[in-house]
Design a protein around this ligand. Structure first.
Ligand code: UDP
Ligand code: MG
Length: 325
């Protein structure tokens, strides 16, 4: 087997604090993999600046000028983690044989990349990095993440437990991923849909090397909600079922009321009446909200807006013309 060209894609949003260490560690990984003849010497890392407000892009340009492993992509504005990642993957597939995606904050074990490459060379198209321990995350992050995976699985979405976006994908799987035209990106749900031969590699998740999580609770909830409503119709089915049960109950109640009326007993006050009106009003609002969520999704998909806009590139021609050898 010729040595494959590897590109490590790293989405970066306001990561000036960690970036030097990330570049250092990833360069070390690339260096030793080349040394071991596991990957081609034209392998690189692609740092995608997701519209950072700090010095992330100038740093990337600076690294690019001194470190041949470093290439960069600058998005015109903040597109979000998933889209920034996709931008990097789609760029890299034009010259790489396989692509590893990893977060900038060094929470994922860079040493696992070697194992990814070994699996790829054994013939696997997709290698999922699976977190073995979450001991360094706060209990809150752990609990919410766990609840999220459980909920997703229960709603019939096929995602790998404890797998984030740390994975290797071969060029041909990325070519297939490119055919997915969805705007509501949830890559960890989409990749398993591709099929192909895949395997898992286990690693320990570490603490963020520096800087703060760019996923505050609000973003995390939005991400989870997106993941569920983009992949599952269970919530809407639940609403339908609830509507069905309520309708059945109201028919029974109606019959009861009519019989009561015929027998001469009158309606005893309006409290119960008002309460039931409220209840039904509430249920209807809930149902409408959920339906609105799906309609909103359709609206977004139909618009076909570009997912990201690339402003600048820092990728040398030799990288773009990379050949496996
Ligand atoms: N990120 C990004 N755009 C965003 C938010 C985050 O590219 O709008 C990147 C960020 O720089 C990091 C990765 O996505 O490399 C994961 O973010 P973070 O580590 O903050 O999330 P957490 O690990 O806390 O879930
Ligand atoms: Mg992180």
């Amino acid at each position: 087997m010729t040595n494959p060209v590897l590109t490590i894609v790293v989405p970066c949003y306001n990561e000036e604090e960690v970036l030097p260490e990330t570049v250092f560690q990833l360069s070390g990984v690339l260096d030793s993999l080349i040394e071991e003849q596991l990957i081609s010497s034209s392998s690189t890392m692609l740092l995608v600046d997701d519209g950072s407000k700090d010095a992330t892009w100038p740093l990337i340009e600076q690294f690019h000028s001194v470190n041949p492993f470093v290439t960069g992509l600058k998005l015109a504005r903040n597109a979000g983690h998933q889209r920034a990642l996709l931008a990097g993957l789609m760029k890299a597939r034009s010259y790489a044989d396989c692509v590893v995606s990893i977060d900038a904050d060094l929470q994922d074990d860079v040493d696992a990349i070697r194992e990814f490459v070994v699996r790829y060379r054994e013939g696997y198209d997709i290698v999922y990095g699976i977190r073995q321990s979450r001991s360094t995350d706060t209990w809150f992050k752990r609990a919410t993440a766990q609840g999220f995976y459980k909920l997703m699985t229960r709603m019939g979405v096929n995602i790998h437990y404890n797998h984030a976006d740390f994975r290797l994908m071969s060029k041909r799987t990325l070519d297939e991923l490119d055919k997915f035209q969805e705007v509501n990106l949830f890559l960890r749900g989409m990749v398993p849909l591709l099929g192909f031969r895949s395997t898992k590699v286990y690693y320990d998740r570490k603490e963020r090397f520096a800087g703060e999580s760019k996923y505050p609770l609000k973003k995390m909830l939005a991400f989870a909600f997106d993941g569920i409503t983009s992949f599952s119709v269970t919530p809407i089915r639940f609403v339908t079922a609830m509507g069905f049960v309520l309708s059945a109950l109201s028919i029974v109640a109606g019959i009861y009321a009519i019989i009561g009326k015929l027998l001469g007993s009158t309606v005893t006050g309006w409290t119960s009446l008002v309460l039931s009106v409220w209840l039904i009003g509430g249920v209807q609002l809930l149902a409408l909200g959920l339906i609105g969520e799906y309609v909103g999704k359709i609206y977004k998909e139909v618009k076909r807006r570009p997912l990201y806009i690339i402003e600048k590139e820092a990728i040398s021609d030799s990288t773009q013309l990379a050949q496996s050898h």
